[in-house]
Design a protein around this ligand. Structure first.
Ligand code: J2J
Length: 551
């Protein structure tokens, strides 16, 4: 396979020197950071969760020890520094031990989500020439081991399939990947630590190379901004591989603070409330639909939620009315979080005035985050006047300068002077607070889950009877947006597919369930025609209007 573009686009030397001099980048790897935490917090609880092996509580020393053992076990399998390994685990303690084991071995985890299926997994493995896939036997009714087996068979680079739980023939039991700890070379902190996933706007999801230096900086500052300390318990309700529960401040922020990271097997109110009560959880972070669900369920619960001091909402827009309702119902502070796997994270702060917490997404983590709000489509320097809406561009000490192996996409996703084009429409007030008001990127935000419309259109177009397809977002009270696919069918097709058949067709192509169009509508022809990106955009806009009017 040809891989256009570099693995990692480094920051220019001038910027890197500045970030080091400012103390943002400290030259410490994740593995070294964990060992330092283990020395400091020793027998305090680091991770609480449950997996097939039963409930587990790991102290800081146990977590560090297991990470060493996993790293040695990976080396014995032949996994070397710089190798890519697709990591797809739900919220189980093994996620933490494997993640840190891979970090220690210098291998690069590729952070797949449990919702990903064969199409995505295969793309990650092919795109990265992954040498191994780590997954779970089954989760929420899906046979992940079988899916990963097919991917491993199809991608020649994949030599190992490591399965948590019951491994199928030919796969290795993940719990057996352990060997007596030994000294392994500490990876360069300025180099790539792992590949995070982008929600994507074009084709298939892009991979985001994050370095030890830049990610640890964002984690450390996130923990500080959220006032995390050793007495806190952070609950990961969202899938822990996602950037928000991983790093904002997430599980890694909790560990950095010497706190306890509690892994919830699912994000539903019953599960989350039970864990809040049992573990005296102080902080959690969720997407708006879940925050609203917790607010509703709080009224009727017998669980003691009094330990909860902060509920973070992010990943999608949360209206001021929703924020107010959630805060009142749960009797805790709410924090808005606006972040992205590519880097930039904004938070409202504990001492912000109520109107800022209700109505804005706060300010960036770093004084060295450079934000520009520009006229969409105009040259990068054309900033809009303060207070007006424009596209947000960002550059800074933890925002990437390029996607992994994606030279062509990078040429448009970044400005020549290294700003990432977020595709988000924002306003900045006089205090520098950001409010997200919309989006110009071709992406649907379905309750925080990101859908690249082009990707789904590609799956629909693979059907022999589909002549054209356009996928649009439709406003939805619960999720913020749902997806609607318009298709034009081949009139000569012997048996034109019905909408349910098309939905099943997309699902059977092995895509994450959240990407299957919520609705499929058949049109004789599309309202506007043309080629090229702009006219596709105009077409999608016209269809979105139509969808909003279609009962
Ligand atoms: C509106 N849109 C938002 C918000 C993200 C913390 C929190 C979230 C993410 C995340 C993350 C939003 N209001 N509060 O990585 O560390 C939309 C924007 C953004 C895109 C990024 C984190 N918070 N968004 O959601 O990579 O459109 O990261 O560009 O999944 O989500 O999506 P993602």
């Amino acid at each position: 396979m040809r891989h256009p573009g570099p693995e990692h686009t480094p920051w220019p030397a001038e910027a890197a020197d500045r970030y080091r001099a400012a103390g943002h980048w400290r030259g410490r790897s994740f593995g070294a950071a964990l060992s330092a935490l283990a020395a400091e917090h020793r027998d305090r609880t680091a991770v609480v969760g449950a997996s097939a092996a039963g409930p587990a509580r790991l102290t800081y020393r146990e977590l560090d020890d297991r990470a060493h053992r996993v790293a040695a076990g990976l080396r014995d399998l032949g996994v070397r520094a710089g190798d890519r390994v697709v990591l797809q685990l739900p919220n189980v303690p093994e996620f933490a031990t494997t993640l840190f084991g891979l970090f220690r071995a210098g291998a690069w985890p590729v952070l797949a989500l449990p919702a990903h299926r064969e199409a995505e997994l295969r793309h990650f493995a092919e795109q990265t020439d992954a040498v191994a896939i780590v997954t779970v036997d089954a989760h929420e009714g899906h046979d992940h081991a079988a899916t990963a087996r097919r991917v491993a068979d199809a991608v020649p680079a994949v030599r190992h399939l490591l399965v948590l739980g019951d491994p199928p023939p030919g796969a290795v039991d993940l719990s057996s990947v352990a060997a007596p700890p030994r000294d392994l070379p500490d990876p360069d902190a300025g180099g790539v630590a792992f590949l995070q996933l982008s929600g994507g706007t074009t084709g298939l999801p892009k991979l985001i190379p994050r370095t030890h230096d830049d990610y640890l900086y964002s984690v450390r500052e996130s923990a500080r901004i959220c006032l995390l300390g050793p007495d806190d318990a952070y609950l990961a309700a969202l899938p822990v591989a996602h950037n928000f529960p991983l790093s904002s401040p997430g599980v890694l922020g909790a560990l950095h603070a010497g706190a306890c990271a509690v892994l919830a097997p699912d994000p539903f109110p019953e599960t989350v409330f039970r864990l809040v009560e049992r573990e005296r959880v102080t902080i959690t972070g969720v997407v708006p639909p879940l925050a609203v669900a917790y607010a509703r369920a709080a009224a009727a619960t017998a669980r003691d939620l009094s330990s909860l001091r902060l509920l973070q909402v992010g990943g999608a827009r949360c209206s001021p009315a929703q924020v107010a309702r959630v805060a009142a119902a749960l009797g805790c502070a709410v924090q808005q979080v606006y972040g992205m796997g590519e880097g930039l994270v904004c938070y409202t702060r504990p001492d912000d005035p109520p109107e800022a917490v209700l109505g804005t997404q706060g300010t960036p983590i770093s004084p060295d985050d450079e934000l520009r709000v520009v006229e969409p489509g105009a040259p990068a320097h054309a900033e809009v006047p303060p207070g007006e809406v424009g596209e947000l561009l960002v550059r800074g000490p933890y925002t990437i300068r390029g996607y992994y192996r994606a030279a062509e996409h990078n040429a448009t996703a970044f400005t020549p002077d290294g700003f990432y084009r977020t595709g988000d429409l924002v306003r900045r007030d006089a205090a520098g607070r950001v409010t997200v008001v919309g989006r110009i990127k071709d992406q649907i935000n379905r309750g925080g889950e990101k859908i690249a419309v082009e990707e789904v259109e590609g799956h629909l177009l693979a059907h022999p009877a589909v002549l054209d397809a356009a996928v649009v977002g439709v406003a939805d009270d619960y999720l913020g947006q749902r997806s609607c696919a318009y298709v034009v069918l081949d009139g000569d097709a012997a048996e034109p597919p019905t909408p349910p058949q098309l939905r099943r067709f997309v699902r059977d192509r092995g895509v994450a369930p959240f990407k299957v169009p919520d609705r499929v509508l058949v049109l004789d022809r599309f309202p506007v025609t043309g080629v090229g990106k702009t006219s596709r955009r105009a077409l999608r806009a016209a269809l979105a209007t139509l969808a909003a009017l279609t009962p």
